[in-house]
Design a protein around this ligand. Structure first.
Ligand SMILES: *[C@@H]1O[C@H](CO)[C@@H](O)[C@H](O)[C@H]1NC(C)=O
Ligand SMILES: *[C@@H]1O[C@H](CO)[C@@H](O)[C@H](O)[C@H]1NC(C)=O
Ligand SMILES: *[C@@H]1O[C@H](CO)[C@@H](O)[C@H](O)[C@H]1NC(C)=O
Ligand SMILES: *[C@@H]1O[C@H](CO)[C@@H](O)[C@H](O)[C@H]1NC(C)=O
Ligand SMILES: *[C@@H]1O[C@H](CO)[C@@H](O)[C@H](O)[C@H]1NC(C)=O
Length: 431
């Protein structure tokens, strides 16, 4: 659509929203009023009729460039993106309107928050180009509102958001990484999203974690490529908290920290086809920090590869906390030169030893785990002396040494069964 038509269409839509708000007139009455308005303008009746009666969302692609985004990699395009978002979010057409971020351009964004709720039941963000963060720590401009400096691009209170298009989100994190213990922003944050679909993008060099999902139901994440250097601090791939029915599949994560971290308040998490490495593996926790009550349940990790990671399938909790991690399965896992391939650490911080409560870990199954370990301790179940771990099931485990070491499993306070385990796991009953 040519820019004139597009902009007419947008102002027309804004006008019709206004009219809708003022009167709850039927579409017929509304169109008559609107038509009248147009007759008095310079536009032809024909155009008005076409524009009004034919507003299928499929034709409604809101291109950020039409809102003034430059895409030169330098200019701050945040306001143009927010204006375009407002129109997409307010669109009252049938179908799925889309926000287009075109190919061949690089858009620099300051911290931005795309807010819902929106009128369309589904919205598509077609990210074909590249979005980059400011290129130095000093160049970030933070809004004055809540004072938090921990997120770059945020989506909040939006149902039915689909983000695809094959583009790239680059957090330009390198200058941040030296401030290891300071607050650093997550690149992409979703809060209260219903049925989010995020697929086919490349995520690079976040200052902190690449993607965080909080208070979402049913997000579906697939075919992502997440890349940051092995030594970049806390550059998790995906962090999930207070969310349920989450699917992550067929993605490749090469980062400096956890590929996926599953945190408090999560249930029904399905992860499959994830390749992880370098990185710290797929982690549940840490849970129970500073005495917190945390819960994680129904986690299913399947058909994943850990290559050169510092951990594989990991559950970590702090002593002194409460709650549980239960009904967790890791299956069909390939290990390549993995340190700590299977690890439960219920005493994550050794400084807390001696506290009398802990997060309960139970019903954890490891099935078909095979490959090579880069440490002698292929399996480490280190559980709390008062609460212990129970219902640990291992089946078809075959972990061999990547190098020459003698490989073994170590156990403290863990209970369960094991069938066909190499190495032998002394605390589990053989089945
Ligand atoms: C998770 O995956 C399992 C097995 O693939 C499937 O049975 C289950 O329905 C899935 N759960 C969700 C919440 O997607
Ligand atoms: C989540 O998935 C589980 C298991 O498939 C299902 O029983 C439950 O209703 C789902 N919850 C929501 C909120 O969709
Ligand atoms: C396992 O994951 C890979 C991606 O890592 C995918 O290509 C393959 O189809 C998956 N296999 C099964 C059986 O799901
Ligand atoms: C593991 O990573 C190494 C180094 O990047 C690579 O050469 C090798 O092909 C990878 N192996 C698998 C099974 O992906
Ligand atoms: C375990 O893996 C090693 C190395 O791949 C292989 O030689 C051995 O046959 C496997 N053992 C079993 C019982 O599958």
């Amino acid at each position: 659509m040519n820019p004139f038509l597009t902009s007419q269409l947008h102002s027309w839509l804004r006008l019709s929203h206004l009219i809708t708000k003022i009167s709850s007139a039927s579409v017929y009455k509304l169109s008559v009023i609107s038509l009248g308005l147009f007759v008095t303008s310079k536009m032809t009746c024909l155009l008005a009729i076409i524009l009004f009666f034919v507003v299928p969302c499929a034709a409604l692609s809101f291109n950020v460039v039409d809102y003034g985004a430059k895409g030169d990699g330098q200019t701050d395009d945040s306001q143009a993106f927010l204006k375009a978002w407002q129109d997409v979010c307010d669109a009252t057409c049938q179908g799925t309107p889309s926000l287009l971020i075109p190919n061949g351009k690089t858009f620099m964004l300051q911290p931005v928050k795309f807010m819902g709720p929106c009128k369309p039941a589904t919205i598509n963000i077609q990210l074909e180009g590249t979005i980059i963060a400011p290129n130095s720590v000093e160049a970030w401009k933070w809004p004055n509102d809540d004072g938090k400096k921990d997120k770059w691009v945020q989506f909040s209170d939006i149902d039915g958001l689909v983000i695809n298009g094959g583009g790239t989100i680059d957090g330009q994190g390198a200058p941040w990484w030296k401030f290891k213990s300071a607050t650093r922003p997550a690149a992409l944050h979703f809060h209260k999203c219903g049925n989010l679909k995020l697929t086919g993008l490349t995520h690079r060099n976040s200052p902190m974690n690449h993607i965080s999902i909080n208070e979402c139901i049913g997000p579906h994440i697939s075919n992502l490529h997440i890349i940051a250097p092995a030594d970049s601090p806390n550059t998790d791939g995906i962090d999930i908290s207070r969310s349920s029915n989450v699917t992550v599949q067929n993605s490749r994560m090469e980062t400096g920290d956890d590929c996926i971290a599953i945190n408090d308040g999560t249930s029904f998490i399905n992860i499959s086809g994830v390749y992880c490495g370098p990185g710290h593996g797929i982690s549940i926790g840490s849970l129970g920090k500073d005495g917190a009550h945390n819960t994680v349940e129904e986690v299913h990790v399947q058909n994943c590869t850990f290559n050169g990671t510092t951990n594989g399938a990991r559950i970590k909790t702090w002593e002194g906390g409460s709650g549980h991690a239960k009904r967790v399965t890791f299956e069909d896992i390939i290990l390549v030169n993995t340190e700590n391939p299977v690890i439960i650490d219920q005493q994550y911080d050794p400084n807390c030893y001696g506290l009398t409560q802990a997060v309960q870990i139970s019903d954890v199954t490891y099935r078909n785990i095979r490959g090579t370990a880069a440490c002698n301790c292929a399996i480490k179940l280190s559980c709390d002396s008062t609460i212990g771990c129970n219902g640990i099931v291992m089946e078809n485990i075959n972990i061999t040494a990547a190098h020459e070491e003698k490989i073994y499993a170590s156990c403290k306070n863990a209970q369960g069964i094991c069938s066909s385990c190499i190495p032998n796991v002394p605390c589990l009953h053989e089945n």
